[in-house]
Design a protein around this ligand. Structure first.
Ligand code: APR
Length: 248
Protein backbone atom coordinates (compact mmCIF):
# COMPACT_ATOMS: atom_id res chain seq x y z
CA UNK A 1 0.00 0.00 0.00
CA UNK A 2 1.37 3.42 -0.96
CA UNK A 3 0.68 6.51 1.17
CA UNK A 4 0.11 9.40 -1.27
CA UNK A 5 2.51 12.33 -0.81
CA UNK A 6 -0.48 14.69 -0.85
CA UNK A 7 -1.63 13.10 2.42
CA UNK A 8 1.82 13.33 4.03
CA UNK A 9 2.07 17.00 3.03
CA UNK A 10 -1.42 17.72 4.39
CA UNK A 11 -0.51 16.08 7.72
CA UNK A 12 2.74 18.05 7.95
CA UNK A 13 0.99 21.37 7.32
CA UNK A 14 -2.07 20.59 9.47
CA UNK A 15 -2.74 22.77 12.53
CA UNK A 16 -5.26 20.23 13.78
CA UNK A 17 -6.22 16.65 12.90
CA UNK A 18 -9.46 14.82 13.69
CA UNK A 19 -10.06 11.08 13.49
CA UNK A 20 -13.49 9.41 13.47
CA UNK A 21 -13.57 5.66 14.04
CA UNK A 22 -16.22 3.00 13.59
CA UNK A 23 -16.54 -0.72 14.21
CA UNK A 24 -14.01 -1.55 11.47
CA UNK A 25 -11.13 -0.34 13.64
CA UNK A 26 -11.97 -3.11 16.16
CA UNK A 27 -12.53 -5.83 13.54
CA UNK A 28 -8.90 -6.98 13.80
CA UNK A 29 -9.38 -7.32 17.55
CA UNK A 30 -11.96 -10.02 16.79
CA UNK A 31 -15.01 -7.81 17.42
CA UNK A 32 -17.67 -8.11 14.72
CA UNK A 33 -18.73 -5.02 12.87
CA UNK A 34 -22.43 -4.26 12.35
CA UNK A 35 -23.00 -4.07 8.58
CA UNK A 36 -20.34 -6.34 7.11
CA UNK A 37 -21.73 -9.55 5.57
CA UNK A 38 -20.89 -11.43 8.81
CA UNK A 39 -21.70 -8.43 11.01
CA UNK A 40 -23.95 -8.28 14.06
CA UNK A 41 -26.94 -6.95 12.11
CA UNK A 42 -26.80 -9.99 9.82
CA UNK A 43 -27.46 -12.21 12.88
CA UNK A 44 -29.49 -9.99 15.20
CA UNK A 45 -32.28 -7.43 14.81
CA UNK A 46 -31.06 -3.96 15.91
CA UNK A 47 -34.64 -2.78 16.58
CA UNK A 48 -35.07 -5.67 19.03
CA UNK A 49 -31.69 -5.36 20.75
CA UNK A 50 -30.38 -1.81 20.41
CA UNK A 51 -33.47 0.33 20.97
CA UNK A 52 -35.55 1.58 23.92
CA UNK A 53 -38.65 -0.23 22.60
CA UNK A 54 -36.64 -3.44 22.31
CA UNK A 55 -35.45 -3.12 25.89
CA UNK A 56 -38.93 -2.30 27.20
CA UNK A 57 -40.49 -5.28 25.44
CA UNK A 58 -37.82 -7.81 26.45
CA UNK A 59 -35.32 -6.39 28.97
CA UNK A 60 -33.87 -9.83 29.83
CA UNK A 61 -33.07 -10.60 26.17
CA UNK A 62 -31.42 -7.19 25.63
CA UNK A 63 -29.47 -7.44 28.89
CA UNK A 64 -28.19 -10.91 28.02
CA UNK A 65 -27.18 -9.77 24.53
CA UNK A 66 -25.08 -6.98 26.00
CA UNK A 67 -23.58 -9.39 28.56
CA UNK A 68 -22.63 -11.64 25.61
CA UNK A 69 -21.04 -8.69 23.75
CA UNK A 70 -19.24 -7.55 26.94
CA UNK A 71 -17.66 -10.99 27.28
CA UNK A 72 -16.29 -10.79 23.73
CA UNK A 73 -15.01 -7.26 24.28
CA UNK A 74 -13.42 -8.09 27.67
CA UNK A 75 -11.47 -10.89 25.97
CA UNK A 76 -10.42 -8.69 23.05
CA UNK A 77 -7.17 -6.73 22.85
CA UNK A 78 -6.50 -3.44 21.08
CA UNK A 79 -4.90 -3.98 17.65
CA UNK A 80 -2.15 -2.13 15.76
CA UNK A 81 -4.72 0.32 14.42
CA UNK A 82 -5.75 1.37 17.94
CA UNK A 83 -2.11 1.76 18.95
CA UNK A 84 -1.34 3.81 15.85
CA UNK A 85 -4.20 6.19 16.69
CA UNK A 86 -2.92 6.45 20.28
CA UNK A 87 0.51 7.38 18.83
CA UNK A 88 -1.08 10.06 16.61
CA UNK A 89 -2.20 11.85 19.78
CA UNK A 90 1.52 12.31 20.63
CA UNK A 91 2.69 12.93 17.07
CA UNK A 92 0.21 15.62 16.00
CA UNK A 93 -0.67 18.82 17.85
CA UNK A 94 -4.39 19.53 18.34
CA UNK A 95 -5.40 15.91 17.71
CA UNK A 96 -9.03 14.93 18.39
CA UNK A 97 -10.34 11.36 18.44
CA UNK A 98 -14.07 10.74 18.02
CA UNK A 99 -15.44 7.20 18.08
CA UNK A 100 -18.76 5.51 17.42
CA UNK A 101 -17.43 2.42 19.16
CA UNK A 102 -18.47 1.42 22.68
CA UNK A 103 -15.67 -1.10 23.32
CA UNK A 104 -13.14 1.33 24.90
CA UNK A 105 -10.27 -0.32 23.01
CA UNK A 106 -8.95 3.15 22.11
CA UNK A 107 -8.54 3.91 25.80
CA UNK A 108 -6.94 0.51 26.44
CA UNK A 109 -4.45 1.28 23.63
CA UNK A 110 -3.48 4.54 25.34
CA UNK A 111 -5.69 7.21 23.73
CA UNK A 112 -6.22 9.63 26.59
CA UNK A 113 -9.09 11.74 25.25
CA UNK A 114 -11.83 9.92 23.34
CA UNK A 115 -15.18 11.48 22.48
CA UNK A 116 -17.65 8.57 22.61
CA UNK A 117 -20.64 9.46 20.42
CA UNK A 118 -22.55 6.22 21.17
CA UNK A 119 -21.70 5.82 24.86
CA UNK A 120 -19.84 2.77 26.11
CA UNK A 121 -20.70 -0.87 26.85
CA UNK A 122 -18.70 -1.05 30.08
CA UNK A 123 -20.87 1.25 32.21
CA UNK A 124 -24.50 0.78 33.25
CA UNK A 125 -27.23 3.07 34.56
CA UNK A 126 -30.83 2.91 35.73
CA UNK A 127 -33.36 2.95 32.88
CA UNK A 128 -35.77 4.82 35.16
CA UNK A 129 -33.84 7.34 37.29
CA UNK A 130 -30.67 7.41 35.11
CA UNK A 131 -28.37 7.03 38.14
CA UNK A 132 -25.08 5.26 37.31
CA UNK A 133 -25.15 1.62 38.49
CA UNK A 134 -21.94 0.15 39.93
CA UNK A 135 -23.43 -2.96 41.56
CA UNK A 136 -23.19 -6.62 40.54
CA UNK A 137 -24.12 -7.38 36.94
CA UNK A 138 -23.63 -11.17 36.84
CA UNK A 139 -26.69 -12.28 38.83
CA UNK A 140 -27.85 -15.93 39.19
CA UNK A 141 -30.40 -17.25 36.67
CA UNK A 142 -29.42 -14.40 34.30
CA UNK A 143 -31.54 -12.00 36.31
CA UNK A 144 -31.55 -8.34 35.37
CA UNK A 145 -29.97 -6.10 38.03
CA UNK A 146 -32.28 -3.51 39.61
CA UNK A 147 -31.51 0.05 40.71
CA UNK A 148 -30.85 0.05 44.49
CA UNK A 149 -32.39 3.53 44.74
CA UNK A 150 -35.61 3.39 42.70
CA UNK A 151 -35.89 -0.30 41.78
CA UNK A 152 -35.75 0.52 38.06
CA UNK A 153 -34.18 -1.82 35.49
CA UNK A 154 -30.45 -1.47 34.84
CA UNK A 155 -29.35 -0.93 31.22
CA UNK A 156 -25.97 -0.59 29.45
CA UNK A 157 -24.75 3.00 28.96
CA UNK A 158 -24.72 2.75 25.16
CA UNK A 159 -26.78 5.08 22.92
CA UNK A 160 -29.62 3.11 21.35
CA UNK A 161 -31.22 3.81 18.00
CA UNK A 162 -33.61 6.74 18.36
CA UNK A 163 -31.86 8.13 21.45
CA UNK A 164 -30.07 11.47 21.53
CA UNK A 165 -26.29 11.39 21.42
CA UNK A 166 -24.43 12.87 24.43
CA UNK A 167 -24.53 16.63 23.81
CA UNK A 168 -20.97 17.36 24.94
CA UNK A 169 -19.43 14.61 22.78
CA UNK A 170 -21.43 15.56 19.69
CA UNK A 171 -20.65 19.28 20.09
CA UNK A 172 -16.94 18.56 20.52
CA UNK A 173 -16.99 16.22 17.51
CA UNK A 174 -18.73 18.74 15.25
CA UNK A 175 -16.34 21.50 16.33
CA UNK A 176 -13.35 19.21 15.69
CA UNK A 177 -14.70 18.32 12.23
CA UNK A 178 -15.32 21.98 11.42
CA UNK A 179 -11.91 23.20 12.60
CA UNK A 180 -9.54 20.48 11.46
CA UNK A 181 -7.19 20.62 8.46
CA UNK A 182 -7.09 16.82 8.05
CA UNK A 183 -9.98 14.44 8.83
CA UNK A 184 -9.58 10.67 8.81
CA UNK A 185 -12.69 8.47 8.67
CA UNK A 186 -11.52 5.04 9.83
CA UNK A 187 -13.50 1.80 9.76
CA UNK A 188 -16.97 3.23 9.43
CA UNK A 189 -19.66 2.63 6.82
CA UNK A 190 -20.74 6.28 7.33
CA UNK A 191 -24.39 5.18 7.31
CA UNK A 192 -25.47 6.29 10.79
CA UNK A 193 -26.14 9.96 11.47
CA UNK A 194 -25.17 12.35 12.97
CA UNK A 195 -21.71 10.67 13.10
CA UNK A 196 -21.74 10.20 9.32
CA UNK A 197 -22.11 13.96 8.93
CA UNK A 198 -18.72 14.65 10.49
CA UNK A 199 -16.55 13.81 7.45
CA UNK A 200 -18.85 15.98 5.32
CA UNK A 201 -18.63 18.91 7.75
CA UNK A 202 -14.84 18.60 7.55
CA UNK A 203 -14.88 18.43 3.75
CA UNK A 204 -17.17 21.46 3.46
CA UNK A 205 -14.90 23.34 5.87
CA UNK A 206 -11.93 22.78 3.57
CA UNK A 207 -10.20 19.88 5.34
CA UNK A 208 -8.19 17.21 3.53
CA UNK A 209 -10.38 14.14 4.08
CA UNK A 210 -9.16 10.56 4.14
CA UNK A 211 -11.01 7.25 4.33
CA UNK A 212 -9.31 4.17 5.78
CA UNK A 213 -11.50 1.23 4.83
CA UNK A 214 -10.95 -1.90 2.74
CA UNK A 215 -14.37 -1.23 1.16
CA UNK A 216 -16.09 1.72 -0.50
CA UNK A 217 -18.65 3.57 1.60
CA UNK A 218 -21.42 6.14 1.21
CA UNK A 219 -18.85 8.96 1.50
CA UNK A 220 -15.94 7.53 -0.52
CA UNK A 221 -16.56 9.85 -3.44
CA UNK A 222 -16.02 12.92 -1.18
CA UNK A 223 -12.61 11.74 -0.01
CA UNK A 224 -9.31 13.29 -1.13
CA UNK A 225 -7.55 9.98 -0.42
CA UNK A 226 -8.91 6.47 0.19
CA UNK A 227 -6.58 3.93 1.79
CA UNK A 228 -8.22 0.66 0.70
CA UNK A 229 -6.63 -1.37 3.46
CA UNK A 230 -7.49 -2.54 6.96
CA UNK A 231 -6.82 0.00 9.70
CA UNK A 232 -4.38 -2.31 11.50
CA UNK A 233 -2.22 -2.26 8.36
CA UNK A 234 -2.88 1.24 6.97
CA UNK A 235 -2.49 3.32 10.15
CA UNK A 236 0.90 1.98 11.29
CA UNK A 237 2.11 2.37 7.68
CA UNK A 238 0.81 5.95 7.61
CA UNK A 239 2.72 6.80 10.78
CA UNK A 240 5.89 5.10 9.49
CA UNK A 241 5.76 7.01 6.18
CA UNK A 242 4.92 10.30 7.96
CA UNK A 243 7.92 10.01 10.29
CA UNK A 244 10.18 9.36 7.26
CA UNK A 245 8.60 12.28 5.36
CA UNK A 246 9.20 14.85 8.11
CA UNK A 247 12.74 13.62 8.80
CA UNK A 248 13.83 14.00 5.13
N1 APR B 1 -10.29 -1.98 8.95
C1 APR B 1 -10.97 -0.88 8.55
N2 APR B 1 -12.28 -0.89 8.20
C2 APR B 1 -12.90 -2.08 8.25
C3 APR B 1 -12.27 -3.28 8.65
C4 APR B 1 -10.90 -3.18 9.02
N3 APR B 1 -10.21 -4.28 9.40
N4 APR B 1 -13.17 -4.30 8.60
C5 APR B 1 -14.34 -3.74 8.18
N5 APR B 1 -14.17 -2.43 7.96
C6 APR B 1 -15.17 -1.44 7.54
C7 APR B 1 -16.30 -2.00 6.71
O1 APR B 1 -15.96 -1.97 5.34
C8 APR B 1 -17.42 -1.00 7.03
O2 APR B 1 -17.40 0.08 6.11
O3 APR B 1 -15.76 -0.95 8.72
C9 APR B 1 -17.07 -0.48 8.42
C10 APR B 1 -18.00 -0.97 9.51
O4 APR B 1 -19.27 -0.41 9.27
P1 APR B 1 -20.47 -0.71 10.30
O5 APR B 1 -20.50 -2.16 10.59
O6 APR B 1 -21.67 -0.03 9.74
O7 APR B 1 -20.00 0.01 11.65
P2 APR B 1 -20.09 1.55 12.00
O8 APR B 1 -19.86 2.39 10.79
O9 APR B 1 -19.22 1.76 13.17
O10 APR B 1 -21.63 1.70 12.47
C11 APR B 1 -22.02 2.93 13.03
O11 APR B 1 -24.10 1.91 13.69
O12 APR B 1 -25.16 0.05 14.52
C12 APR B 1 -24.73 1.32 14.84
O13 APR B 1 -24.14 2.11 16.97
C13 APR B 1 -23.70 1.27 15.93
O14 APR B 1 -21.74 2.67 16.22
C14 APR B 1 -22.44 1.86 15.30
C15 APR B 1 -23.00 2.67 14.14
Amino acid sequence: MVIPESLLEALEKARSITVLTGAGVSAESGIKTFRDPDGLWSQFNPAELASVDGFMSNPELVWQWYQYRRQIINNAMPNAGHYAIAEMEKLFKNFVLVTQNVDRLHQRAGSSKVWELHGNIIDNHCFNCKRPYIGETNLPDKQLPKCPVCGGLIRPSVVWFGELLPFEALSAAEEAAYNCDVFLSVGTSAEVYPAANLPLIAKRSGAFVVEVNPNRTAISHYMDVCLRETSAVALPKLIEEYKKFISD
